[in-house]
Ligand binder design. Structure first.
Ligand code: FUB
Length: 333
């Protein structure tokens, strides 16, 4: 290492700051890596975070979230960027510089709604909900990077999914909340939707559909926020149920279904009319990551905050209902 790079490394370390201040949604996003320690739920209180999507990669969890930037008492989403945090123990987090914003998609007009990042062959694909600038409604874009904290760049130059591709409902926001799962045979699936749950296969390049858009129609009260995970040969499809939202789930032996509805997984999360879950296994434990509106004093449906609690399984593979806690989790070892 030469003197210049040593000095820049030292300068970088000096810039690492421990964030201990209370929620300040208007605060500028971290320009450098910033340490944030969780002291229970919500795990971050220095800014509002929503729609968590976690990725386990090389012994670290990367937590992607939308940034709720609505001022106090404002009723409506103000979301101009996504955030990324990473951790080796789910308690001590590093907040990285903003990795992606709707303005990075030239064809989008804004709204950093729910997203999901997965890795394939050393590339990281970020499926994002945004508002389309020229086609009515929400759309799903894909950004790509060669590392999990980005910066990410538009991978296609246009939307992967637009509202005119799904005509089952008149609502303009049914093409939101992407969730991608790569199966053991290398086939990737994209799930998404609001009130109607859509899915389609993706080509190996991860930026084109590989077949028709299909629907899953037997899940009661599907609202949005699908998430797929797999454990012991079972696929789990969890989703936001009713409105205000609980989380419910179904199980299947195949990503093509049939999905069997299994019940409520999580109750309404305090002070938030939405819920949005991410489920991971990390260092031998299962975690349920979600958001609530629990940060004092301005937290609510448009100023949400990410939380983490344990997820437990029954012997037959079904899920025990999540117990949301103030205390949160212990550091993962
Ligand atoms: O954050 C905006 C929207 O609220 C998300 O796309 C939905 O999942 C809900 O959480």
């Amino acid at each position: 290492m030469n003197i210049k790079s040593s000095l820049s490394k030292i300068a970088g370390s000096l810039l690492l700051a421990v964030a201990t201040f209370a929620a300040a949604p208007a605060m500028a996003s971290a320009p450098v890596d910033t340490l944030v320690k969780a002291t229970g739920n919500p795990i971050f209180t220095h800014k509002y975070t929503a729609d968590p999507a976690a990725l386990v990669h090389k012994g670290r969890v990367y937590l992607y979230a939308g940034h709720d930037q609505a001022p106090p008492r404002h009723e409506g989403y103000v979301m101009n960027e996504w955030l990324v945090f990473s951790s080796e123990d789910l308690v001590n987090w590093t907040e990285h510089p903003v990795p992606l914003a709707p303005k990075d998609f030239a064809w989008a007009s804004g709204d950093a709604w729910a997203s999901h990042v997965i890795e394939r062959n050393g590339k990281f694909y970020w499926y994002s909900t945004v508002t389309h600038a020229t086609k009515p409604g929400k759309a799903i874009g894909v950004a790509v990077a060669d590392n999990p904290i980005g910066p990410f760049k538009d991978a296609i130059g246009s939307a992967l999914i637009t509202n005119d591709m799904t005509t089952d409902t008149n609502i303009s926001w049914d093409d939101i909340d992407p969730a991608v799962f790569l199966d053991d045979k290398g086939q990737a699936y994209l799930f998404w939707g609001n009130t109607i749950l859509y899915y389609a296969k993706l080509k190996a390049n991860m930026i084109e559909l590989d077949g028709p858009v299909q629907k899953i129609t037997n899940l009661p009260h599907f609202t949005e926020a699908p998430w797929i995970h797999k454990r012991n040969g079972w696929y789990y499809l969890s989703y936001a149920y009713q409105f205000p939202e609980k989380t419910a789930y179904a199980m299947s032996k195949s990503l093509d279904g049939p999905w069997e509805y299994k019940g409520i997984l999580n109750e309404i999360a305090g002070n938030s009319n939405t819920n949005h879950q991410s489920i991971i296994e990390f260092k031998g434990k299962s975690y349920f990551i979600y958001h609530n509106g629990g940060v004092q004093t301005d937290g609510g449906s448009f100023r949400r905050s990410v939380c983490i609690d344990y997820l437990h399984y029954n012997k037959d593979g079904t899920l025990k209902r999540v117990q949301m806690t103030t205390e949160g989790i212990k550091p993962a070892k």
